[in-house]
Design a protein around this ligand. Structure first.
Ligand SMILES: Nc1ncnc2c1ncn2[C@@H]1O[C@H](COP(=O)(O)OP(=O)(O)OP(=O)(O)O)[C@@H](O)[C@H]1O
Ligand SMILES: [Mg+2]
Length: 70
């Protein structure tokens, strides 16, 4: 389990949104290196449900079958 010195408000906001009755897709966007991946990992740590973690920003993009496998 990671320990981060700071937690952006988007972490709590996202968890709150994910817990709502209407199930929506949550997309975290922003400039480079602002902490998007860290925030997503913090959400995953706190979420009391199943988590699938897959990176899609490798230099060689995975094909549609990679997404399907997830
Ligand atoms: N909440 C935080 N507390 C401390 N350090 C952080 C936090 N969020 C991010 N960082 C640091 O800032 C750097 C960038 O974080 P991260 O990789 O999460 O950003 P990103 O937005 O996903 O970047 P990229 O656009 O390259 O994908 C990393 O070194 C990470 O450790
Ligand atoms: Mg990232």
């Amino acid at each position: 389990m990671h320990e981060y010195p700071y937690e952006r408000p988007v972490v709590a906001d996202t968890i709150k949104g994910m817990g709502m009755k209407k199930r929506l897709l949550h997309i975290i966007t922003g400039p480079r290196q602002v902490g998007k991946t860290t925030a997503a990992l913090q959400v995953a740590e706190k979420w009391r449900g199943p988590v699938v973690n897959s990176s899609a920003d490798s230099p060689l993009p995975q094909g549609p079958e990679g997404i399907q496998a997830q």
